[in-house]
Design a protein around this ligand. Structure first.
Ligand code: HEC
Length: 449
């Protein structure tokens, strides 16, 4: 008989393992459920966000009670993959056993409203111009023309050169993305382009952008400014810290398209740049460091293929965020730091990796890593046929690659150097330049001639 897949075991065990049988007695929506929804669900389940339905009022929530019970008991919702043993993260959505049991008891007892007076005041969600979440953006940009995403597009990386070309450096606090067509956009990466290869390749073909799935070399040397996948708004760094975009640099927006709608589609995604203003003196540049294994050898059928990678800090650093990235065979990943005094800390541990959710996790307290601290990433892939997400059945040997049918294994950190003291007053582009950059987007329909 076949072994039960680890996933199936996890699904069976999870509710029992986590629930501690300590539910609030006779929970009501007003008193017990609304606070749980506010804290853990409404960030996504409100109008304009990625949750498929709002969970704000009793009226919103009641029809979904059974589905909520199921999703919460199985720990599918809220989506949060950092195990509680990880370093404490901001916005941690892990529900306690008591919260899960309370939701389950509420549904089993008929999903009662309770006394409306008990309802906590509704959360105030900041909304900014255009629905951006980090603040009013400084520059909203897009590829000038919409991109056709035919129904045959299964797994395509397209790169769109975006002309920025400022005559001074700017300091970037944050980037937000808005999928033009969320049904076909899987994720984005924004690069600052130092090579000019992508604009040259784009110019050679009439279609918007160019295919860039097999050519990581075109982007070698370019810096990743921001990655994005649904549900993730990367946090802004503290005052005095920002990413540098060099004078004259242009941008490349790489979009991973995955059209499973069965119909031809069109996408024109946008992103918003939030810049540091002259009243914020920049003391430190935010850096990114991947802890990545680039040589993967994942044998067909191996249910637990292990790879690791190390990176050693060569100066005293402070780390702010981390994450985990693999593709569909990704099973679990962790990043550990061992400081020179021998102390070992779990920065992140993702025991049930899910390719569909790629968060960047921000530490509540930044992690101080003295020079010589070793960061160790350990990843496991399940390349057996019991992995229901395995894209190739029967399984084949798999190596590192960009396509989702290849694999990756990286964690990483964003960090600053402790001894850096730049003391730079950032410059922002003039309103005329911003208007010119934003004005490049044309809403023309493609197709025909
Ligand atoms: C980070 C964003 C996010 C958070 C936080 C979140 N959800 Fe969701 N939720 C989603 C998305 C996106 C889907 C659709 C998933 C899909 O289609 O695979 C979803 C689906 C669901 C569904 C299934 C709806 C259906 O069609 O059957 C339920 C029920 C649900 N969420 C409840 C909750 C509850 C309860 C919480 C909090 C305890 C929560 N969610 C927190 C994003 C979120």
């Amino acid at each position: 008989m076949k072994k039960l897949s680890t996933l199936a075991i996890a699904l069976v065990l999870t509710p029992i393992a986590f629930a501690d049988g300590d539910a609030v007695k006779h929970p009501t929506f007003s008193k017990d459920i609304a606070p749980i929804l506010q804290e853990n669900c409404q960030g996504c389940h409100r109008p304009g966000q990625i949750g498929p339905m709002p969970l704000l009022s009793y009226e919103d929530t009641r029809p979904w009670a059974k589905a909520i019970q199921k999703q919460v008991a199985s720990r599918t919702m809220p989506p949060w993959f950092a195990h509680p043993d990880s370093r404490a993260m901001k916005g941690d959505l892990n529900l306690t056993g008591q919260e899960i049991d309370t939701v389950v008891a509420w549904v089993e007892e008929g999903s009662k409203r309770g006394n409306p007076k008990d309802i906590p005041a509704p959360l105030k969600f900041e909304t900014y111009e255009g629905g951006w979440q980090l603040g009013n953006p400084d520059i909203v940009m897009s590829y000038p023309i919409p991109n056709p995403v035919g129904k045959e597009v299964d797994d395509e990386y397209r790169c769109f050169p975006i002309e920025l070309g400022l005559d001074h450096e700017v300091w970037l606090k944050g980037v937000e993305f808005k999928a033009g067509n969320s049904k076909v956009v899987h994720h984005f990466i924004l690069f600052d382009d130092t090579t000019g290869t992508i604009p040259r390749m784009d110019a050679e073909t009439p279609e918007p952008g160019c295919e860039c799935g097999q050519m990581d070399s075109a982007l070698a040397g370019s810096d990743i400014l921001q990655m994005w996948a649904p549900g993730n708004v990367a946090p802004m760094p503290a005052r005095g810290i920002a990413k540098r975009i060099k004078k004259g640099a242009n941008l490349v927006l790489q979009i991973h398209y995955h059209n499973v709608t069965g119909a031809d589609a069109v996408d024109q995604s946008e992103f918003a740049l939030h810049l540091a203003k002259p009243d914020e003196i920049i003391m430190k540049e935010m850096n990114g460091q991947l802890v990545s294994q680039w040589v993967l050898d994942i044998k067909a059928g191996d249910p637990n293929s292990e790879h690791e990678a190390r990176w050693v800090a060569n100066r005293d650093i402070t780390a702010y965020t981390t994450g985990a990235h693999m593709h569909y065979r990704g099973k679990d990943m962790g990043l550990w730091a061992t400081t020179p005094d021998g102390a070992k800390e779990t920065l992140i541990w993702v025991p049930n990796y899910d390719f569909n959710w790629q968060f960047s996790y921000e530490f509540v307290e930044p992690f101080k890593a003295p020079k010589g601290t070793e960061f160790l990433m350990v990843a496991h892939h399940d390349n057996s046929e019991n992995n229901q997400y395995n894209p190739v059945i029967p399984p084949v040997d798999v190596k590192w690659g960009l396509a989702t049918s290849d694999e990756m294994a990286f964690s990483g950190i964003s960090f600053t150097y402790d001894d850096e003291a730049l003391n730079i007053t950032p410059q922002v582009p003039s309103p005329e330049v911003i208007a010119r950059l934003q004005g490049k987007k044309q809403s023309v329909q493609v197709g025909g001639d």
